[in-house]
Design a binder for this molecule. Structure first.
Ligand code: ATP
Length: 365
């Protein structure tokens, strides 16, 4: 697909990409029939559980693995058969792979040296890259004398110093502790905006993908279940797998969907879209029923989590739903609806989404 507005080819295009490791009985299909377009300048996440094939896709784009079938295009050029150094991409690995015995400046300038750039030119370009990564003045330090977040930025500076068209990042924040990771999520996004390079990153952390990306491809078992913006993927999950993997979701299906929603199928509703009211159900007006579903049930579990509380409620109609309530009221610590109590759950019909009845590999699309 050519971008209609700019007329430019996508930064990355994957067409029918497949990778099988091994052969015969021991063959593993790591990636199967992946079609994906990543736009120029996009911050794009490949999100999925361990073993879903996202790293293998990244390694094929970098040229470290050869596809069993399919094509890879970078900026409109077919690079499927090209070696890694002929591709206009750089990779940031999870462990950063910095040279411990070299200064920060030499680490960043190394790639330019390999390419034959003269000493003063490579030093000034490395300093520029370090300044962009907010690391000015750290030239002479060794990687061991830096914090985790600083090391991460050195790795980014090193990968960006050649001005690649695409930066591939493999779990770029995986080695950082939670606080630093949250900080770096925001920082990485703003750095990407500043340098304008296409970022394609792999993560199994759904919050990270939602926070940083322009678009997300959700991987499952070697294939892509859904591609969309964070809002699309979160608010309108296409399959039960996406609904379950990205955030928490309630699924309503079978006879319960007929009884509660008046329609057969599989539907998803997010816990924060459900309100919980203590007490037994009372009949509302027909008008209200058209807009809102109200169902009675019993509280099975109450999980207090500071700003919010999760209630697990078994509805009389069958399904067990999770309702997330913000703790904006009294600070007494008393639950509005203790375990075992009767409650009504209410949710707007417009927040209920039909999802495909099965995940991709079960064959119903
Ligand atoms: P993780 O988040 O754990 O890295 P992933 O989604 O990136 O997972 P891949 O590393 O791409 O998944 O692996 C996909 C599948 O391919 C897995 O079943 C894995 O065991 C298998 N696989 C990956 N590399 C090889 C290899 N070199 N030889 C054999 N099988 C492999």
């Amino acid at each position: 697909m050519i971008d209609q507005r700019s007329g430019a080819a996508p930064a990355v295009r994957l067409a029918g990409l497949r990778k099988v490791f091994g052969s015969g009985d021991g063959a593993v299909v790591a990636v199967d029939s992946v079609d994906l377009d990543v736009g120029d300048g996009e911050f794009f996440a490949m999100l999925g559980p361990s073993g879903s094939g996202k790293t293998t896709v990244l390694r094929m784009i970098a040229g470290f693995e050869t596809p069993t079938a399919g094509r890879i295009h970078l900026g409109g050029r077919d690079v499927t058969a090209d070696p890694p150094f002929d591709r206009d991409v750089n990779t940031v690995f999870q462990d950063y792979a910095l040279f411990p015995h070299m200064s920060v400046l030499d680490n960043v300038a190394y790639g330019l040296m390999v390419k034959g750039v003269g000493k003063s030119a490579r030093r000034s370009r490395a300093r520029e890259a370090l300044a962009t990564m907010r690391l000015a003045g750290m030239d002479d330090r060794r990687p061991g004398q830096l914090s985790g977040g600083q090391r991460q930025r050195v790795a980014l500076a090193r990968a960006l110093v050649n001005h690649p068209k695409v930066l591939l990042l493999d779990e770029p924040l995986g080695a950082l502790d939670l606080k630093l990771r949250e900080q770096m999520q925001v920082e990485l996004k703003s750095l990407q905006r500043e340098v304008g390079v296409t970022f394609l990153f792999v993560t199994h952390d759904q919050e990270e993908a939602l926070t940083m990306s322009d678009r997300i491809a959700v991987f499952n078992d070697g294939g892509v279940e859904q591609v969309g913006t964070p809002t699309e993927v979160y608010e309108h999950p296409a399959t039960p797998f996406v609904a379950g993997f990205v955030g928490t979701s309630n699924l309503i299906s079978g006879t319960a969907s007929g009884e509660l929603l008046g329609e057969e199928g599989t539907f998803s509703i997010r816990p924060e879209k459900i309100t919980l009211r203590p007490g037994e159900a009372v009949e509302g007006s027909a008008d209200a029923a058209e807009r809102e579903v109200v169902a009675a049930g019993e509280v099975q579990e109450v999980v207090y989590a500071g700003p919010s509380t999760r209630y697990v409620v078994r509805l009389d109609a069958g399904p067990e739903l999770v309702a997330l309530q913000q703790n904006t009221g009294s600070a007494s610590g008393r639950s509005a609806a203790p375990r075992g109590s009767r409650v009504r759950l209410g949710f707007a019909r417009e927040n209920v989404y039909r999802v495909r009845g099965a995940t991709r590999e079960e064959g119903t699309t």
